[in-house]
Write a protein that binds this ligand. Structure first.
Ligand SMILES: [Zn+2]
Length: 462
């Protein structure tokens, strides 16, 4: 099954030719630092479900007597240690608005046990912070006394309280790890990235993640054309053979108007995950090109514009993006909010200072999500699109100032500096981590490319 085909020289040449540009973008999913399980697969683009042994660890055990992980637990499911027979078990799913006492009442367990449990240690405080969808399983003896309580936070995390010898409750946390596999999808865009991505089986969040990776290079509101295409390799997470979610994009390439951009995920020696070009340049620029993911430019930067409301010559000092009310508005770069407020003309507005020289302004917001003085990261949501102030409809008015002078937001970012590349000292580490991913992406792509070549040949014969 280990198909280790090397990319053909032709392909490598093609790819190199496409990579000389430097670009960059943010690593959204830095939190998924899962161990990488790679499977070079057949060209079919499906992730495969393999039954592998499940890793289970008892991550933390406290209390008078530590509760050991049991063989039953190691066998697969997150199960607490076996409990004596003749216990009645009841599982309840936390609903919106439920309190712990509601749940105890519903399970017919008396309140005294609840208070005893809550007083058993600081870990029990977690029971006061329940989230809808979590599951509580009560194990109750013949006398109606609570013998143990399990809190299933999600399919990977179980917290357990067990009545001890001294009639107190002992705490244990059990954690499982999902199995990760590489999945691959590719598509050609006919109408929109979202339609093509969805048809290829990508979740909405993966499509967004992909758009985010390339957002310094491609304006997804303006630049996408019929015939653009992408190929993406990402992690899928499985538990007991069942898919429970997606991990981050591992490697991705996007061809926009004939120009191909590629990016690979790299976890650097500080543990930070970011996307880089195959030669180690950051995909992230100091500024992203647009502060909204969806929307179209409804009014360009124009120092001599006729104002739509005032019908007089007034400079349009920014770019307007028409987008539905509520669309998230991002800070285009790391910085500090220097003003966030409301005025009659601007409506709700946010101004962000980036370093010494740059300021960005966001007007007519429906909601502000940040306060004056607050630090913001690139792509942090600072507000939502609205029509407050002098606005004819929901849109974002966005300004970019360099040393106090208005510049065209649609073009300035290309001229500005990039985020840092992989340092020379870390290049070997970068290569060893990323080259297998890029090779695998190329392997997946090959059958499709070969097919395209065949098509081209046919055309030339005709
Ligand atoms: Zn405007």
């Amino acid at each position: 099954m280990q198909d280790q085909r090397k990319p053909t020289p032709r392909l490598l040449g093609t790819l190199r030719q496409h990579f000389p540009r430097t670009h960059a973008l943010t690593a959204g999913a830095a939190s998924f630092a899962l161990a990488l399980t790679m499977f070079v697969s057949t060209p079919e683009v499906e992730a495969r479900r393999l039954s592998l042994p499940v890793n289970l660890s008892t991550a933390e055990v406290t209390g008078p007597e530590a509760v050991p992980a049991t063989p039953e637990a190691a066998a697969g499911k997150v199960e607490p240690p076996a409990i004596a027979t003749s216990l009645r078990s009841q599982s309840l799913t936390v609903q919106s608005g439920d309190t712990l006492s509601d749940l105890f009442q519903r399970a017919n367990v008396n309140a005294a046990d609840m208070y005893k449990l809550l007083a058993s240690g600081k870990e029990a405080k977690q029971l006061a912070r329940l989230t809808p969808g979590e599951e509580l399983t009560f194990h109750i003896d013949d006398d109606g006394a609570l013998q143990s309580l399990e809190l299933h936070r999600d399919r990977l995390n179980l917290i357990e309280f067990t009545r001890g010898e001294a009639d107190d409750f002992r705490y244990a946390r059990h954690q499982r790890e999902a199995d990760s596999y590489s999945a691959y999808r590719e598509a050609e865009i006919d109408s929109s990235l979202f339609v093509a991505g969805s048809n290829a089986g990508l979740s909405q969040s993966l499509i967004m993640e992909m758009a985010e990776v390339f957002s310094s290079d491609i304006d997804f509101a303006l630049d996408i054309r019929k015939g653009d295409r992408f190929s993406v390799m990402y992690e899928e997470k499985f538990l007991d053979g069942e898919k429970i979610g997606n991990g981050p994009i591992q490697a991705v390439s996007f061809t926009n108007q004939g120009k191909t951009f590629s990016a690979v995920r790299y976890v650097d020696s500080n543990g930070d995950a970011n996307y880089y070009t195959p030669d180690g340049k950051s995909m992230r620029k100091a500024f992203i090109r647009t502060p909204v993911d969806i929307g179209r430019i409804s009014s360009h930067f124009n120092p001599r514009r006729l104002h739509p409301i005032f019908k007089t010559r007034r400079p349009h000092n920014g770019t307007d993006y028409a987008a539905p009310r509520g669309t998230p508005v991002y800070a285009v770069g790391d910085g500090r909010v220097i003003k966030a407020g409301y005025s009659k003309a601007n409506g709700n507005y946010v101004f962000v200072q980036h370093g010494e020289r740059y300021v960005t302004r966001y007007l007519h917001l429906h909601q502000r999500k940040v306060k004056s003085g607050q630090r913001v990261k690139q792509r942090q949501v600072i507000g939502t699109v609205g029509a407050t102030g002098y606005a004819t409809g929901p849109h974002l008015h966005y300004e970019f100032l360099v040393n106090g002078h208005h510049r065209n937001p649609a073009t300035i970012v290309r001229k500005l500096p990039k985020a840092k590349s992989v340092p020379e000292a870390e290049m070997a580490r970068f290569k060893s981590q990323t080259q297998p991913l890029l090779a695998q992406l190329e392997n997946y792509e090959q059958p499709a490319l070969a097919q395209r070549d065949t098509d081209n040949n046919d055309n030339s014969v005709n």
